[in-house]
Design a protein. Sequence first.
Length: 229
Amino acid sequence: MIEAPPVVELRGVGLVYPGPPPVEALYPCDLAVRRGDFITVTGPSGAGKSSLLNLIGLLDKQTSGSYLLNGIDTGALREVERTALRGRFIGFVFQSFHLLPYRNALENVTLALVYQGKKKAERTALAHEALVRVGLEHRISSFPTTLSGGERQRVAIARALVGDPALLLCDEPTGNLDTKTASSILALLEELNASGLTVVVITHDSAVARRGSRMLEIRDGRASEREPA
Ligand code: ADP
C-alpha cells in the first residue's frame, strides 16, 4: 500500500530575512507533520515561531530547502498557485481574531468562501454548518462587538474551517483569553483534531503546550522536537 505523504514536509527549510542586517529567523530544519498530528510550538519571543508558521502557511517563502504540502513541492509554484494551495489546504487562527466588526458571525465566516467560486446559498449553508460545529448556532446573527472573546475566537475558528482545510495553523489562539475560556477553545481544537484535522498551535502557555501530541521548541531560530513529559 502506498502511504499518504505527510501534510507538511520541510527538508532543510530555513529563512533569512535579508536586512540589513540579515536575520537568520529559522536555521535549516527538517519536519514532517503527519495527518492527525496536534503539534504545539513554544519558545521565547523572537525565537522564530511565527516565521515557521508563516512558512508552513505559505505566507512567506523559505530562503533554503524545500517544502512539500500534501506531497506538492511548493518551491516552483507561482504566487497565484501558492494562494490557491493555501486556500485549499490551510486554515488560520490568530490571537486577535481578525473579524470584520460590521459583519455578523455568519457573514464573517461566509466571506472566507467568496473566492472559491461557490454560489451564495451554498456559502451560507457551509458557514452555518461551520458555526454549528464550533457551538455557535445561537449566535450566528451576532456582531463581533456583542460576542465574548471566546465566542469571537470560535467565529474565527469557524471561518478557518469553512473551506474544509487539511491543516489548521493557530498563532497564540488562547493568548487573549482567560484561563477557563482558553481551556474551552483548546478543547474545541482537540475535538477538531480528533475528527481528523491536523493542527499546529503556537503558544506561550506551557499547559497548552503539554496538550500537543508532539511538542516543538524553537530557540534562537533552531527548532527541535521535545519528548512529551
Ligand atoms: P516569534 O514568533 O518566536 O516571536 P518571529 O518568527 O516573529 O519570532 O521572529 C524571528 C526573528 O526574525 C526575530 O529576530 C525577528 O525580529 C525577526 N523578524 C521577523 N519578521 C521579520 C521581518 N519581516 N524582517 C526582518 N526580521 C524579521
